[in-house]
Design a protein around this ligand. Structure first.
Ligand SMILES: CC(C)(COP(=O)(O)OP(=O)(O)OC[C@H]1O[C@@H](n2cnc3c(N)ncnc32)[C@H](O)[C@@H]1OP(=O)(O)O)[C@@H](O)C(=O)NCCC(=O)NCCS
Length: 378
């Protein structure tokens, strides 16, 4: 397990939960013994055998360049073969999302070296043009990442890689659900996901400049107390999350929210594993009545780049919502980050979650990017 090791810090996007958490997914894989990583008969043959010829339309003219796409099993690939793709991808993460992706890459490389990451690589005329991977978590397949380089025909490559992976994942008898959250710089995937029977949700990646003053003050919380995160809150916080996300769109996207056990797994991933950046306990708070460990609200924060925090969870118990507690939690976490000299705070939110989107916009968060979460079956 990789605990709190900055050099191998994993990155992920999480808001309401670890969404798009490609590296959370890697960390989830880490919780599986490498030897028990799923290997199914015929996979390599299937993945290795496919290739196709096609045409690229370049520029406004009629010039057509023929290309030859080859899809290869990721486990038959060396780090060197796709290193340029990994480096390229890291630049997108840093420049577009303010995330330091290097620790994540190191982890991906270790999996590649161990030939333990399921997925595929697309080669075009012999050059690595894209890669994608997935892991299995009990009944669920999680597409952990998909990157097609803009130096090639991103759309065609992303489509092929997704189709190949989905074909392979669906061939695994116990996989009854597949979740995918893919950043838009990896290549267009929405149409392929829809064609493959996925239900899509739009999500927003938002950023708050912590230097900008806020007009809001933390309001009185009528007898409630804020406490810094402590590990004794694992169980009560899992219960809070389970209750707060009952009948919530985010429970459709991530089925971990639908049970207390799932919510606990989620919490352990973001707090104990570096799956969603490095957890920052001094900027993570719970809200409760004095003398009670039953929680009314919680906000959890990680560091995803030097000076950049990420809200991995904020929620308020139903019945207490709509009274300013969510805002008070966000303001408290932001104040703590300012005290730690952080410059920015990011989060992700499902666009349909209007309450949360409104709250974040009110607090000064701006949307940097939108991306898609997909769930199969619909
Ligand atoms: C999102 C959540 C944390 C907000 O906490 P809250 O205590 O309910 O929100 P607040 O009372 O602090 O509201 C702050 C602002 O949010 C917006 N808001 C709150 N309730 C709202 C509602 N029912 N409809 C629309 N906007 C609402 C308002 O803009 C409000 O500002 P106002 O008081 O000036 O009108 C809470 O509703 C929750 O836990 N939801 C379920 C889990 C979740 O969605 N978490 C966020 C995932 S990204």
């Amino acid at each position: 397990m990789l605990h709190k090791n900055r050099s191998t810090r994993l990155l992920a996007l999480g808001g309401a939960f670890i969404l798009m958490c490609r590296i959370y997914i890697v960390s989830a894989a880490y919780s599986i013994d490498l030897l028990t990583m799923p290997v199914f008969p015929g996979y390599s043959a299937m993945m290795g055998a496919y290739s196709s010829a096609g045409y690229l339309q370049r520029g406004p003219g009629t010039e057509r360049l023929s290309f030859f796409m080859n899809i290869v099993d990721l486990r038959q690939t060396t780090v060197r073969q796709i290193e340029s793709l990994l480096d390229e991808e890291a630049v997108h993460w840093r420049e577009e999302l303010h995330w330091d992706y290097r620790g994540a890459l190191e982890l991906i490389k270790r999996f590649l070296e161990a030939h333990a990451l399921s997925g595929c690589v697309a080669y075009e005329n012999g050059a690595a043009a894209g890669y994608a991977f997935y892991v299995l978590e009990e009944h669920k397949g999680l597409i952990g990442g998909l990157y097609a380089s803009p130096r090639f025909d991103q759309g065609a490559i992303a489509k092929r890689m997704l189709e190949e992976m989905l074909f392979s994942m669906r061939a695994i008898p116990h996989v009854t659900r597949i979740e995918a959250q893919l950043m838009p710089f990896g290549g267009p995937v929405d149409k392929t996901l829809t064609d493959q029977g996925f239900h899509l949700y739009t999500r927003q990646f938002m950023l708050l400049d912590l230097h900008k003053p806020t007009e809001f003050r933390i309001s009185a919380t009528t007898g409630l107390r804020f406490s810094r995160w402590h590990d004794r809150y694992f169980d009560p916080c899992a219960k809070l999350i389970y209750l707060a996300y009952a009948d919530h769109v985010d429970g459709d996207i991530n089925d971990q929210y639908r049970s207390k056990a799932g919510a606990l797994r989620f919490l352990k991933n973001i707090i104990l594993l570096p799956g969603c950046g490095q957890f920052v306990p001094s900027a993570s708070f719970v809200m409760h009545y004095p003398g009670s460990d039953d929680l009314v609200g919680a906000v959890l924060t990680s560091e995803v780049s030097p000076g950049v925090g990420h809200t991995t969870q904020v929620c308020v118990l139903p019945g207490h919502q709509g009274h300013g507690l969510g805002r008070a939690l966000m303001l408290t976490a932001a104040d703590a980050l300012r005290g730690l000299k952080f410059q920015e705070l990011t989060l992700t939110v499902t666009s349909k979650n209007l309450t949360a989107v409104h709250l974040y916009e009110q607090l000064g968060f701006k949307t940097l990017k939108t991306f898609t979460a997909g769930v199969w079956p619909r």
